[in-house]
Design a protein around this ligand. Structure first.
Ligand code: MRU
Length: 351
C-alpha cells in the first residue's frame, strides 16, 4: 500500500484526502454520489490530472448505482450515465485525464447489454478499480524511465504538485524524483510555492518531507535567480494535456520555467502518462485553459489581501511549446525532442 493515499474506494463510497486542509490536517471527505464527487473536483478537495481522472471513474460507478436504482421503464441507463459523465467532464476542462476517466467508463457501459443490473454494476466497478491500480503501476514505470535521465547528483526544480497527491498514489514528476532517490541518487529538490493555490508549499514540500527527500521551498519568482546562479540542474514537471505536436498544458508558471531552462541550457522534462496525450488537438493553442475564481488571488485563507474592488485574472494553466521541452517521460519510454513527427512515430510503435 502507498504511504500517501489521495483516494480510497471502500466498495460503497469514495474517500478523498482533503488537499485543501494539507499539510495541517489529514482528513478525508466522503463522497456517496456522483454529485459529491463533482463538487470535490470543483472545490479542489482532489486535484492533479491523473487523480481527477481516477476520481471521475469512481464517480461514474456511483452514478451508475444511483441510476440503476431509480431507472424508469422508458429511460436508458446509458443515456443517463452519459449525462452524468458530461457534467463531470465540464467541471475542470484542461486536464484531459478527467474526460479520459469518464470515457473509459462509458466505453465499458456500452458493452453491458445482456447482463443483469448487478453484473453490469460489478463490471463498472472493476474498470474503475483497474484504472486506479494501473495509474500507480504506470507512475512507477514513468519513475524508472525518468530516473535514468538524472545524473548521480542532481538538483531539481519542480512546479505545482505532480506527486502521489496528484495521482492514484505515486506521482509523475515526483515519481521520477522518488525513483531516483530510491536508486541512491543524491537528490535535492527545489519546490516552487505555486501561487495562488500553493500546491508546491502545501503539498509537494509536505510529500517530499514524508519521504525524507531533501526539499527547499522557493517563491515562484525566485526560479530565475536559482537557475541563473547555477543551482538547478534540471526542471521536471507534470502535465494536464499534451497536444499532438508535443505542446504541454500544465500549471500556470510552467512556461516561464521552460523559457528559463532554455535560456540557461538545462534540461526541461515533462513526466506524464499516455492518458495525458490528446492527439485530437494539433497544437497547444487549441487546449482550453481553465480560469479560476479571482478570490484565489485576492484572498488568503478567506482573508482579503487586496483593496476592495481590485480585479484579478486567474488562468490556472499555461502552454509550454514543445520546442522548449527536452523530453517527455511516459510509462512506455522517453520521447526526446517531442514534436508532431516524434510523437506520431512513438504512438505508432506503442500500438
Ligand atoms: O490545478 P491542479 O492542482 O489540478 O493542477 C495540477 C497540475 O498542473 C499538475 O502539474 C498536473 O495535473 C500533473 S499531476 C501528475
Amino acid at each position: 500500500m502507498e504511504k500517501i493515499q489521495p483516494l480510497i474506494w471502500d466498495g460503497e463510497a469514495l474517500l478523498l484526502l482533503d488537499q485543501r486542509a494539507l499539510p495541517g490536517e489529514v482528513i478525508y471527505v466522503r463522497c456517496d454520489s456522483v454529485e459529491e464527487v463533482g463538487e470535490a473536483i470543483r472545490d479542489m478537495v482532489v486535484r492533479g490530472a491523473p487523480a481527477i481522472g481516477v476520481t471521475a471513474a469512481f464517480g461514474m460507478v456511483l452514478a451508475a448505482r444511483h441510476i440503476a436504482r431509480t431507472l424508469t421503464g422508458d429511460e436508458s441507463l446509458l443515456a443517463r450515465l452519459g449525462k452524468a459523465g458530461a457534467t463531470l467532464k465540464s467541471i475542470r476542462p484542461t486536464a484531459v485525464n478527467l474526460s479520459w476517466g469518464v470515457e473509459q467508463m462509458l466505453d465499458r457501459a456500452k458493452t453491458l447489454s445482456g447482463m443483469t443490473p448487478g453484473e453490469g454494476l460489478e463490471q463498472l466497478e472493476k474498470v474503475a478499480r483497474k484504472i486506479f491500480a494501473e495509474d500507480i503501476a504506470v507512475n512507477k514505470r514513468i519513475g524508472e524511465y525518468g530516473a535514468s535521465l538524472l545524473p548521480a547528483r542532481c538538483s531539481i526544480l519542480t512546479h505545482c504538485n505532480a506527486g502521489a497527491l496528484a495521482t492514484a498514489g505515486y506521482g509523475t514528476a515526483l515519481g521520477v524524483i522518488r525513483s531516483a532517490f530510491a536508486a541512491g541518487k543524491d537528490i535535492q529538490v527545489f519546490a516552487d510555492e505555486t501561487r495562488p493555490f500553493l500546491q508546491g508549499s502545501r503539498l509537494t514540500a509536505w510529500e517530499l518531507q514524508q519521504e525524507g527527500i531533501p526539499v527547499t521551498l522557493i517563491v515562484d519568482s525566485a526560479a530565475g535567480y536559482f537557475i541563473s546562479t547555477g543551482q538547478i540542474d534540471c526542471v521536471i514537471v507534470g502535465a494536464d494535456r499534451i497536444a499532438a505536436n508535443g505542446d504541454v498544458a500544465n500549471k500556470i508558471g510552467t512556461y516561464m520555467l521552460a523559457v528559463l531552462a532554455g535560456r540557461h541550457n538545462i534540461p526541461f522534462y515533462v513526466a506524464a502518462p499516455l492518458s495525458t496525450f490528446d492527439l485530437s488537438l494539433a497544437a497547444g493553442e487549441q487546449i482550453e485553459v481553465e480560469n479560476r475564481c479571482e478570490t484565489e488571488i485576492t484572498h488568503l485563507k478567506k482573508v482579503a489581501i487586496t483593496a476592495p474592488g481590485i480585479r484579478a485574472q486567474n488562468p490556472s494553466f499555461d502552454i509550454t511549446p514543445a520546442g522548449l521541452i527536452t523530453a517527455i517521460v511516459t510509462e512506455n519510454g522517453i520521447i526526446s525532442q517531442p514534436d508532431q513527427h516524434n510523437i506520431a512515430r512513438y504512438f505508432k510503435n506503442a500500438r
